[in-house]
Ligand binder design. Sequence first.
Ligand SMILES: Nc1ncnc2c1ncn2[C@@H]1O[C@H](COP(=O)(O)OP(=O)(O)OP(=O)(O)O)[C@@H](O)[C@H]1O
Ligand SMILES: [Mg+2]
Length: 254
Amino acid sequence: MKRDVKIELRDIYKSFGSKAILQGASLKIDRGTTQVILGGSGTGKSVLLKCLLGLEDIDSGQILVDGVEISRLKGTERMELMRKFGMLFQGAALFDSMTIWENVAFVPLQQGMKREQAKDLAIDKLRMVGLKPEVAMQMPASLSGGMRKRAGLARAICHEPEIILYDEPTTGLDPITADVINDLIIKLQDQLKCTSVMITHDMPSAFKCADNMAFLYKGKFVAEGTAKDFKTTDNPMVRQFVEGRANGPIEVTQ
Ligand SMILES: Nc1ncnc2c1ncn2[C@@H]1O[C@H](COP(=O)(O)OP(=O)(O)OP(=O)(O)O)[C@@H](O)[C@H]1O
Ligand SMILES: [Mg+2]
């Protein structure tokens, strides 16, 4: 069957000074699916999401969304494209000096939406992620880790993106709260019919949410397949990572 590709990374290279991070990363992500990206700490997973969002420039290669090369878009074209994306940053990254509703409605407020309307929209999104309207007026510091993730998620979906990027959505949460977030991600995926890209080290979360998985190692995707493929693969690197063993073919440099 022909694939319906939403996002394609073609031979992406990215360095910081002399430090090579992405070194020929290629991956196709199908429309309407959840793609999990696995890889060790410091391998460039967050950098990859930032390149996808246009927050970092790539050195070479191509990034296609709906078949259109996006990596060199600037100005209004870039702004238009950004509206397709929602992102849950590693650690939720809420603005501490703003109320929760202002955080959630950040993009619509930036785009000039009236405050009353933006607040109603934010309350609606907070409800979708299981937070009560009262939370809207609170400051981020008064929320628990799980609530902050939910608020970050409400912000990511506020402008109805076609693509949601999740950078370690369950890291730092207890296993039960983490699973509540997993269920929420699956529910949102179902409701919004978007394409999701999720970075995670949390294997139960990865296997629960993923349609497809890919493994980033030394700047390249060295394995990809369905979640089932990853569970049963005999690729020794994937096995070592999924099983969380120190001994194996993956070099640990830290
Ligand atoms: N703006 C930057 N300037 C210089 N180096 C950077 C920059 N951003 C990231 N790096 C480096 O790039 C490498 C990859 O970072 P990245 O944050 O993508 O790792 P990661 O795979 O997300 O790791 P983790 O699982 O720990 O979150 C790291 O060595 C990091 O120090
Ligand atoms: Mg990271």
